[in-house]
Design a protein around this ligand. Structure first.
Ligand SMILES: [Zn+2]
Length: 592
């Protein structure tokens, strides 16, 4: 059986008439948009007609961009050397910037409209784009003058962008000196980091010590990058009139501070339960003082269920159907219509992803399937993303852009369905192994993310006054870990350098790239709890919720299903599901 995906539903080839025709069309649309921008912004007559024309054209442009871009990118993702794919991916990227000026002009003009809601009320067509237009108005409050925007964009190239490139250069060339099997070696950082999963306990510890030791060579450079980027973010967010970098991030995430605070307070309250798990894991590995940092990923038991692709497919479809046939039908369609690229092969990227292709109402999923349960779960995760896209199919493409905290909802939800079933079907040892991996992952997303949030908050606070020294950054990291992990970790073996290779701290345009992960996991778990409570009546509501993720603020999205995310009770409920798993883990740990 052919396990490669089919892309011919997009285009037969790059040189074919259809692809070249769309490429030419895109150029025409971009010209039209630039012309429209000039004409419509001349004055404020005929606002409704102008808005309608703008939306209609923006929709066409997005669809064409998507179809062309996705075809190029997917081609390259399974064959990194594909020359045409690479060439056109670049060309299409470039074309995006040809729209920047028009977009800025139009945004300013839209924000100057006196009563935009009255105009929207007048037009049935515009009513579907109320959120899209309101968001433009809100964002434009933070726009600077055209000259300043241009200057800022240019200065960023030599500022935060240059810093992040420099930091990436340091990290990617970084070598760790380590003795393996009696031989001194210089290994790439990624290889040494992967040793955290090794079966051999000595090697895990040795890798950690060598890693920590190795940063002396590059710590000053990386600290300079961190100081440069965070400094720029503080300046820019002030100039744009945000209260703080956090306020800027929240607005971009369409999320309120009340929601974040409710979630964080519930997370804080749940920390002792995670510490209980960490201490038990430590005990099982032979430690009395809590878990050393280097044992966080250590395997406790070697027992993994095997699922061939055929078995995995059948298992996933069956479990999806236990939730709802529409989810099972979607999975079956993806599996049978060659929407999935299954096996690893030369030139194919690693990992897994799902790409919703709105322009043709389908999705494509890339896997690197081995025969482990983990691969089956990854398949369920990616199909969950695909199902999210399926629920958005009837929406305009302009209403499908959902924020990062909601991005992992459907995927985590599907993962949970399949994991729960696997735990039920497996032997005691197998169930224990799945639970351990699951809880270990949740510990990262709740406890470690909590520490990262604390760390980033404090870095911003101190960076306001002056750049931080390496010594101070290390102190802040250790303080944050102590507060989050408490006695769950061995205080002698923490990780003062976790800020060096984690790329999230260095995204100037996406700060606090940590809490969205916790939101994603806990929101999906909370929905799952709701499903257990309400049964089949939940299903339609769930699908409706997914369908509005691209056109409402987060609080309004969750309100459609009567969930109040500003209330800590919701988050506590989600955490209770993980706590149940931890209790089951504790029980099993004495039985196996
Ligand atoms: Zn995902």
């Amino acid at each position: 059986m052919d396990l490669n995906w089919s892309l011919k539903e997009l285009y037969e080839s790059f040189s074919g008439e259809a692809f070249q025709g769309d490429l030419a069309k895109l150029d025409t649309y971009i010209k039209e948009m630039n012309k429209l921008a000039t004409e419509m912004t001349e004055n404020h007559e005929d606002e409704q007609k102008k808005l309608e024309a703008y939306i209609a054209l923006a929709e066409k442009i997005s669809l064409t961009f998507e179809k062309l871009g996705v075809f190029s990118e997917l081609t390259v993702s399974v064959n990194s050397k594909d020359e045409e794919g690479n060439k056109y991916a670049d060309i299409i990227d470039q074309k995006q910037s040809d729209l920047a000026e028009a977009e800025t002009k139009i945004s300013k003009w839209i924000s100057e409209i006196k009563d935009i809601n009255a105009i929207i009320d007048h037009s049935t067509f515009l009513q579907s784009f109320r959120f899209f237009l309101q968001e433009i108005v809100e964002h434009s409050k933070h726009l600077l003058s055209e000259k300043e925007e241009v200057l800022l964009a240019k200065m960023k190239n030599t500022g935060s962008t240059a810093w992040v490139n420099y930091k990436n250069l340091l990290i990617s060339n970084h070598k760790v000196e380590i003795e393996v099997e009696g031989k001194k070696e210089e290994l790439p950082l990624t290889v040494v980091l992967n040793m955290a999963y090794e079966k051999n306990a000595d090697l895990r510890k040795k890798a950690y010590l060598a890693e920590i030791d190795s940063y002396k060579k590059i710590e000053d450079g990386i600290a300079a990058a961190l100081n440069g980027i965070k400094g720029e973010v503080i300046t820019v967010s002030k100039m744009r009139g945000y209260e703080s970098p956090l306020a800027m991030t929240l607005e971009d995430s369409r999320m309120s501070k009340a929601t974040l605070d409710a979630m964080l307070s519930a997370m804080k309250e749940s920390l002792p339960t995670f510490r209980k798990y960490l201490r038990r894991k430590a005990e099982m590995l032979g430690y009395n003082n809590g878990l050393p940092f280097y044992e966080l990923y250590a395997p406790v038991i070697e027992k993994e269920m095997k699922y061939s692709y055929e078995q995995g497919k059948a298992f996933v479809e069956k479990q999806f159907r236990s939730f709802d046939n529409s989810l099972g039908d979607y999975a079956k369609k993806a599996m049978e219509h060659k929407w999935i690229d299954v096996l690893p092969k030369e030139g194919k990227v690693g990992g897994a992803f799902c790409c919703a292709v709105h322009s043709i109402g389908e999705s494509r999923i890339l896997l690197n399937y081995g025969d482990n349960l983990g691969d089956t779960i990854t398949m369920a995760h990616e199909l969950g993303h695909g199902f999210h896209g399926e629920c958005l199919k009837e929406e305009s493409i302009l209403n499908t852009n959902y924020p990062m905290p909601l991005a992992e909802t459907a995927s985590t939800f599907c993962e949970t369905i399949v994991k729960k079933a696997a735990i039920k079907e497996g032997s005691k040892e197998e169930a224990f192994a799945i639970l351990e991996t699951e809880i270990s992952d949740s510990t990262q997303v709740i406890v470690d993310i909590y520490s990262r949030y604390l760390f980033e908050t404090n870095v911003f606070k101190e960076r306001e006054d002056s750049p931080l020294t390496v010594k101070r950054i290390k102190e802040l990291m250790v303080e944050a870990q102590k507060e989050a992990y408490g006695d769950g970790l061995d205080q002698e073996y923490l990780h003062p350098y976790m800020w060096t290779w984690k790329s999230h701290y260095y995204y100037a345009d996406a700060n606090f790239y940590n809490f969205p992960y916790a939101f994603g996991l806990l929101f999906a778990k909370g929905l799952y709890a709701e499903y257990l409570k309400r049964g089949t009546s939940f299903v339609e509501d769930y699908k409706k919720l997914l369908a509005v993720t691209g056109k409402l603020k987060i609080e309004d999205v969750t309100r459609t299903i009567n969930i109040d995310v500003t209330d800590a009770a919701f988050w506590k409920n989600s955490l209770a599901i993980i706590e149940e798993d931890i209790n089951e883990f504790m029980k099993l740990s004495y039985e196996i």
